[in-house]
Design a protein around this ligand. Structure first.
Ligand SMILES: [Zn+2]
Length: 101
């Protein structure tokens, strides 16, 4: 998947075709959940639980940034069909992995 941004360092401003609200929420999450020098997430909530980075919120941020793009790439479908490719769909059963990890 070719992304119009660097997943390690996404821009604060959403790309031209991204949903601004989804992007800004995901970006905030991305900024708050960064790896510390000790390998743990620097967010206070993650530190309290000794969560290694990438923590679940960091993975969610990555998925959110991609979702922000995906929302506009599907040209306003009239039906609400479940999308595929977000967290692997069927099978798996585990926690969704960040798509680029
Ligand atoms: Zn975290």
């Amino acid at each position: 998947m070719l992304l119009p941004f660097d997943p390690e360092c996404p821009p604060e401003e959403p790309p031209a075709n991204a949903d601004p609200l989804t992007w800004s929420m995901a970006y905030q999450l991305h900024r708050d959940h960064q790896p510390g020098p000790d390998g743990f997430c620097v967010a206070v909530t993650c530190r309290a639980g000794f969560a290694f980075w990438p923590c679940e919120p960091a993975k969610l941020a990555g998925a959110g940034l991609i979702e922000a793009l995906d929302m506009w790439s599907v040209a306003a479908p009239p039906s609400r069909e479940p999308r595929t490719g977000f967290s692997g769909g069927r099978g798996g059963g585990g926690a969704p992995a960040a798509p680029w990890r």
